[in-house]
Design a protein. Structure first.
Length: 169
C-alpha cells in the first residue's frame, strides 16, 4: 500500500497547485493535481462545464481524485472535489492540509479567471459564495490549516513541510 498522501484542499485560488509542486520538491516526493488529470484525460475544464455540465465534471473529477490519491505523495484537489462523499471518505485516510486565503488577496489572484464557477459580473462575490458554501467540509477534513494570503510562498511551503515531517518522525 502507498503511504498516506499529503492532500491539499481549499477554495479556488488558495495556491494548492503552486504550493503543492514546491512542497513535493521539498519533501522529495511526487506531486499530482487532480484538475490536471481531468484536463489530461478529458480536455479543458471550462469546456467540460460548458458541454457536459458540473455534474459530469464532478464524476470525472472523482475518478481523477481516486487516481491521484492512489499515487500518494502530495496531491492537490480541485476546490470542489470535497463535495463528493466518496472523496471525503477517501481523504480521511490521508493527511489533509487546508489552504486558506483572504477575500482581499483573492481579488488579484482571480484577475482574468476562466474558472467556470466564477464567470459573471463579480467573480470575487461568486468566489466568496462558493468558498463559504464549502467551508464546513474543508474544516471537517483538515488536519492542519495554513493561510496563503501573505508572506513568501516558500515560507508557507516550509511550514507545511515541517508539519508533514513532524507527523512522520
Amino acid at each position: 500500500m502507498t503511504a498516506p498522501a499529503i492532500v491539499l484542499i481549499g477554495p479556488m485560488g488558495a495556491g494548492k497547485s503552486s504550493i503543492g509542486k514546491k512542497l513535493a520538491r521539498v519533501l522529495g516526493t511526487t506531486f499530482t493535481d487532480s484538475d490536471a488529470l481531468v484536463v489530461r484525460d478529458h480536455g479543458p475544464i471550462e469546456r467540460l462545464f460548458a458541454e457536459h455540465g458540473e455534474e459530469r465534471f464532478r464524476e470525472l473529477e472523482r475518478l481523477a481524485v481516486a487516481e491521484a490519491l492512489a499515487r500518494g505523495g502530495v496531491v492537490a484537489l480541485g476546490g470542489g472535489a470535497v463535495l463528493h462523499p466518496d472523496t471525503r471518505s477517501d481523504v480521511a485516510s490521508h493527511r489533509v492540509v487546508l489552504l486558506t486565503v483572504s477575500e482581499q488577496t483573492i481579488a488579484s489572484r482571480l484577475a482574468g479567471t476562466t474558472r467556470p464557477l466564477l464567470q459573471g459580473e463579480d467573480p470575487v462575490k461568486r468566489w466568496r459564495e462558493v468558498a463559504e458554501g464549502r467551508r464546513e467540509l474543508y474544516e471537517q477534513l483538515a488536519d492542519a490549516r495554513f493561510d496563503t494570503s501573505t508572506g513568501r510562498i516558500q515560507d508557507i511551503v516550509d511550514a507545511i513541510a515541517a508539519w508533514a515531517q513532524e507527523g512522520t518522525s
